[in-house]
Design a protein around this ligand. Structure first.
Ligand code: NAD
Length: 484
């Protein structure tokens, strides 16, 4: 682990295994940090919080720029670690890692441009606001995009003057540890960035409940998010919760069907469906539903599921045996609840090792079915047919989640009308680009609160201080006559 600029083991010397999902074999042992380790990391981050806050923003940006260059220089190793740990196939892991500098550089540019405002007030007075960092921020990260999800929150946090303690997911700690090596090489002051590895209910809970943690960014399931929110509320930490989803992909009769099919596959098969914004509910207009499904089936026949290190692979394994069993259970539930149209099990040509699942589509799914309402987090889509726009909107908004949505149509008026009525943090029209460093990302309802990315993320990593100044040479109001 990386605490206070030092590499260390967990206090008690305990470790746990990390597994390659391509083979099911143990590839490394990771320190099992607990509350004492978390306390060392938070105390180290707290000890330097003031110095880091008052380090010139341009100097903070220069360190982030060096870090970004080091990420580029070490991209191949970082990509291999993501592939072997979280199951991204290698070429996808390379694409992901090559995008990480965009996230870092967005905040390199932003570090010296985040300002408060001046406010007009009555009388000979002046008011202004300054945006200040929160102090120590905790970053609890899931396993699906370990590096990206960590960087999208620590980049603004560091740029805006916060110190960081990261708790990677237990299944995927390797890239965070490699990243900490690069932070060290970039010469960040000791204690500004720390990584404590460990299990969620131990290291994660200790971090969320540490009283010196002023801000918590939690990305993960809604269930754990609720626990983290309770722990953080005990010491009134600022919360940023990026939680689960059950996002709709809507196809209107006038959509470019081949593009919509391509977008749908990307939406529920990308990273084997283990994406928070996965388009796992296919809401197809009745008139095009059969044709859409015929084309989807034909296109999915070409999808190569297999070893992430095979150059031909387009969909790797799911992250763990636990996740594999969970998804297979949902597929069995789907078979009872609706009509299995495509896939439905383990691909035939992958052997017996590794956690591989076929792209799976269920048709004629009832909107209340479990596979239509619960987040499966695997390559499984539920088709629901609709006919009237009002029914479509009710279907979309009946979900307890509100993370993301996609609309396929050539009619911009229809698209914008539907977009306005959808209760979700994001709507994309005729594409499936979920995340960019410059656009805000986050959810409504059970999908979370707060925003990552884009200028909106400033509010997640700063607090507002109001400074008021009396400009008169002497006080002219009698205290007893003052309004407050
Ligand atoms: P998870 O909730 O199981 O774990 C997330 C993190 O929380 C891990 O680091 C884990 O160790 C930690 N954790 C677990 N129990 C904890 C506790 N009691 N206290 C503190 N920390 C604890 O989620 P996961 O299975 O790793 O990730 C999948 C989920 O993440 C899905 O629901 C997905 O939609 C969501 N996700 C959301 C976004 C987003 O931006 N909204 C992005 C990626 C993933």
């Amino acid at each position: 682990m990386y605490i206070a600029g030092e590499w260390c083991f967990a206090d008690g010397g305990e470790t746990f295994a990390t597994i390659d999902p391509n083979t099911g074999r143990e590839i490394a042992r990771i320190p099992r940090g607990r509350a004492t380790d978390v306390d060392r990391a938070v105390s180290a981050a707290d000890a330097v919080a003031r110095d880091w806050q008052f380090t010139d923003a341009i100097a903070r940006a220069a360190l982030l720029r060096r870090l970004s260059e080091l990420v580029s220089a070490n991209a191949e190793e970082l990509a291999a670690l993501e592939a072997v740990d979280s199951g991204h196939y290698l070429s996808k892991a390379r694409d992901l890692v090559s995008a990480i500098p965009l996230w870092l550089e967005y905040w390199v540019g932003m570090a010296d441009k985040v300002n408060g405002r001046t406010i007009t007030v009555p009388g000979e007075k002046m008011s202004l606001t300054v945006l200040e960092p929160l102090g120590v921020t905790a970053h609890i990260v899931p396993w699906n995009y370990p590096l990206l999800v960590m960087v999208r929150s620590i980049a603004p946090a560091l740029a805006l003057g916060n110190t960081c303690v990261v708790k990677p997911a237990e299944d995927t700690s390797l890239s965070a540890l490699k990243f900490a090596e690069l932070v060290e090489q970039a010469d960040f002051p000791s204690g500004v960035f720390n990584v404590v590895t460990g299990l969620g209910p131990e290291a994660g809970a200790a971090l969320a409940s540490h009283p010196k943690v002023r801000g918590i960014t939690f990305t993960g399931s809604t269930e754990t998010g609720r626990t983290v929110a309770k722990l953080g509320s005990e010491h009134i930490a600022q919360l940023n919760l990026e939680l689960g989803g059950k996002s709709p992909l809507i196809v209107l009769p006038d959509a470019r069907l081949d593009d919509a099919v391509e977008g749908a596959i990307q939406g529920f098969c990308s990273h084997a469906g283990q994406v928070c914004i996965a388009g796992s509910r296919l809401l197809l207009h009745e008139d095009i539903a059969d044709e859409f499904l015929n084309r989807l089936e034909a296109r999915l026949k070409d999808t190569r599921v297999g070893d992430g290190f095979d150059e031909a692979t387009q969909m790797g394994p799911v992250v763990s045996l636990k996740q594999y069993n969970r998804i297979m259970d949902y597929i069995e539930i789907g078979k009872q609840e609706s009509v299995l149209r495509i896939g439905g099990g383990r691909p035939r040509d992958v052997g017996s090792d590794g956690y591989y699942i076929e792209p799976t589509v269920f048709d004629k799914v009832s909107p209340e079915a479990r596979i239509a309402t619960e987040e499966i987090f695997g390559p499984v889509a539920a088709v629901i047919r609709w006919n009237k726009i009002d029914d479509l909107i009710s279907l979309v908004n009946s979900s307890e989640y509100g993370l993301f949505s996609v609309i396929w149509t050539e009619g911009i008026t229809n698209a914008l009308n539907i977009a306005r009525r959808i209760d979700a943090g994001g709507v994309i029209i005729n594409d499936w680009f979920g995340e960019l460093p410059m656009t805000p990302h986050g959810g409504t309802k059970q999908s979370g609160l707060g925003r990552e990315e884009g200028f909106e993320a400033v509010t997640s990593y700063t607090q507002v201080k109001h400074i008021g100044i009396n400009l008169e040479s002497r006080l002219t109001t009698n205290w007893a006559e003052a309004p407050l």
